[in-house]
Design a protein around this ligand. Structure first.
Ligand code: ATP
Ligand code: MG
Length: 649
């Protein structure tokens, strides 16, 4: 990237917090400046007040061996104790999860139920010979046994590695081998849009490459026919039967590993991110309370992500349970049996806090306004988004059609590596602007810098950096500490480099601009893909857009756009002309796409993020890079055929 990013866009609208909300909010005016004044004290206070310790830490940060930082190092605790045991005396009957199965079956799980199940399964794991520090792979759908399995690992100090249930057997095998897991927990099958995903069958295929795996635990969910290997495979229900509903939680050191989780694979091959106990929990409970304004006695909280991603680890399992939230957990697809499934759940459970991703919001927009309109969603009071930059148009739609124009929206920027939310609005405190994640969370220090690491003045763009350690930071990449140092700590020595572009407006608001690898250089101007995409999405015919810079003899790079349309719009040359002039008008002539290809879908990761690198490969007629994390392979073929026809007149 050259010195700074072009300063393009963006028509700014502002949404100040209401006085009512501000008066009740968990986060108070001034929290950012207070935390900044003594950031180590801020984190120490959060850790001591929000966590129950077996031994309180006397240290906060150990920075003797950067970038391998340690937090609260001499403290001892147990995360399952913090998520379960400590709530039982007064709140054992409180609902932890309202679980909703895709076919329509439901289950109400109280904190006591969850505690009993976790202890029973932890005893079963001990019975299988699992010891502290052993890695356990978990390849499941969104069933209650999934958080039970994670918490059972946490209870005995085993390290879980959850592999998203939408991954193939090859991807599963890669992750089992990389983590050196000896036990796999799975299901016969999981429900997805009315179909059975054959998780056990996939596991059997994967295990042909993983001879070290000695035990497989299988939850019966869909009842599809599966093979059970004698001696290796066990039914979950057989293993837990008769197990005691008590098991003393292990006393674990603060830096004992909690889990390994692989990144989404949007930019390249996935990295096995390692998180540990106390620092992770500190950031997760603090952010969960401030960012979602959780009131444990009143709220019905729903993070509609999958536990297979970090969002689910931090904001379906550890954060909400440690904060004693009552959550909704939904098993299946958002469009089954109809396109209003999520909104019917919001109405039925009177959900108050809802957290989803821009890719989902763009799908809801595409499906049409009538689906949310069918339901009474007046219970909602806070909305969140995570995963990609949110186009201002999608933000406004979310605000109007889901939030009824009265819910604050928190746009939360973070990564698998950061463990918890890093840049975000705080409801009741921060005035929001559609498309901006606003400001670093209290205690987090960020900056936007140029190629040489100099801070770019407000109003300009460049690389996002995090200036100093924070409690839930990744500790390493499993088995590859050098890659950890190279990827995150070498570009700007002493600072964490997330790999994302960002600009700040004159008021210091952060606007995330996507991956730095995606930033385009057109006739000497740095242009972010996010801004051009948002300009396209602001046209009434466009549902979703991806742009990439492809090699061009004259301009260095030329902008290639891939567009999916809303409803009944037709992609023809007239619309191409209209979209070009729309972008010219919104941003300027420099951002006008040289080619526009209409496509029914865009290539996405299994977590739903647009994979621009594949579009770039197609545009430059190269062999496609790593496609193992691609969700929809057929669309890539389609786009490759179309791309040659889409060039400028
Ligand atoms: P890989 O690292 O394997 O390429 P990935 O980066 O997609 O995959 P995740 O850790 O799931 O894996 O995603 C983190 C990334 O998602 C961030 O670096 C950022 O690019 C993007 N992101 C997440 N939340 C936001 C947000 N609110 N606004 C803008 N971008 C976001
Ligand atoms: Mg990443």
């Amino acid at each position: 990237m050259a010195e700074t990013l072009e300063n393009l866009l963006i028509e700014e609208r502002t949404f100040p917090p209401s006085a009512d909300f501000a008066a009740q909010a968990n986060a108070r005016e001034g929290v950012h400046t207070q935390a900044e004044a003594s950031w180590l004290d801020f984190w120490r206070t959060q850790a001591l007040e929000r966590i129950d310790w077996f031994a309180e830490p006397t240290q906060v940060l150990n920075d003797e061996n950067p970038p391998f930082f340690k937090w609260f190092e001499d403290g001892e605790l147990n995360l399952s104790y913090n998520c379960l045991d400590r709530h039982l005396t007064e709140h054992g009957d409180q609902v932890a999860y309202h679980w909703v199965g895709e076919p329509g079956d439901t289950l109400t799980i109280t904190y006591r139920d969850l505690y009993n199940r976790v202890c029973q399964f932890a005893n079963a794991l001990v019975g299988l010979g699992v010891k502290k520090g052993d890695r356990i792979a978990i390849y499941m759908g969104m069933v209650p046994e999934l958080p039970v399995a994670m918490l059972a690992c946490a209870r005995i100090g085993a390290v879980h590695s959850v592999v998203f249930g939408g991954f193939s057997s090859d991807s599963l095998a890669d992750r089992i081998l990389d983590a050196d897991a000896r036990v796999v927990i799975t299901q016969d099958g999981s429900w997805r849009a009315g179909n059975v995903v054959p998780l056990k069958e996939n596991t059997d295929v994967a295990l042909k490459r993983c001879p070290e795996v000695s035990s497989v635990v299988v939850v019966k969910r869909t009842g599809n026919q599966i093979d059970m290997a004698e001696g290796r495979d066990h039914w979950w229900h057989d293993l837990v039967e008769g197990q005691p509903t008590e098991l003393a939680p292990a006393r674990l050191g603060a830096e004992h590993p909690l889990y390994i989780l692989y990144t989404s694979g949007t930019t390249g091959s996935p990295k096995g991110i390692v998180h540990t106990q106390a620092g992770y929990l500190t950031s997760v409970v603090t952010t969960h309370s401030y960012v979602f304004d959780l009131k444990p006695d009143d709220d019905i909280y729903w993070c509609a992500a999958d536990i297979g991603w970090v969002t689910g680890h931090s904001y379906i399992v550890y954060g909400p349970l440690a904060n004693r939230a009552t959550s909704v957990m939904y098993e299946g697809a958002p469009n089954h049996p109809d396109l209003d499934r999520l909104w019917s759940i919001v109405a039925e459970y009177r959900v108050t806090i809802f957290y989803t991703a821009p890719t989902a919001i763009r799908a809801f927009m595409k499906w049409g306004d009538e689906y949310p309109a069918r339901h009474d969603m007046s219970s909602l009071r806070v909305l969140g988004t995570v995963g990609e930059p949110i186009n201002p148009e999608a933000w406004m739609w979310y605000h109007e059609h889901i939030g009824g124009e009265h819910c604050p929206i928190v746009d939360t920027w973070w990564q698998t590596e950061t463990g918890a939310i890093m840049i975000t609005s705080l409801p009741g405190v921060v005035t929001t602007k559609p498309g901006s994640a606003t400001f670093p969370f209290p205690g987090i220090s960020a900056d936007v810098v140029d190629d040489d690491g100099n801070s770019v003045p407000l109003g300009g763009g460049g690389y996002l950096v995090i200036n100093r350690p924070w409690p839930s930071m990744a500790r390493t990449i499993h088995g590859d500490p050098d890659r950890y140092v190279d990827t995150y700590w070498s570009r700007f020595p002493g600072r964490y480099f997330p790999g994302d572009g960002c600009k700040r407006d004159e008021e210091g608001y952060y606007w995330l601009l996507g991956r730095v690898d995606d930033i385009m250089l057109v006739s000497g101007h740095n242009i972010s893909t996010t801004e051009v995409e948002s300009a396209l999405v602001s046209h009434s015919a466009v549902a979703e857009a991806a742009v990439v810079g492809r090699k061009d003899e004259i301009t260095g790079q030329a902008i290639a756009a891939f567009v999916t349309l809303r409803g009944t719009h037709r992609g023809d040359s007239r619309l191409i002309g209209e979209l070009r002039s729309h972008v010219r008008q919104v941003i300027g002539p420099i951002a006008s796409p040289k080619s526009i290809v209409f496509t029914p879908d865009l290539p996405k990761t299994r977590s739903g993020k647009i994979m621009r690198r594949l579009l770039k490969d197609i545009s430059e007629q190269r062999q496609l890079g790593d496609v193992t994390t691609l969700a929809n392979a057929d669309v890539v073929q389609h786009i490759a055929e179309m791309a040659s026809v889409g060039d400028e007149d």
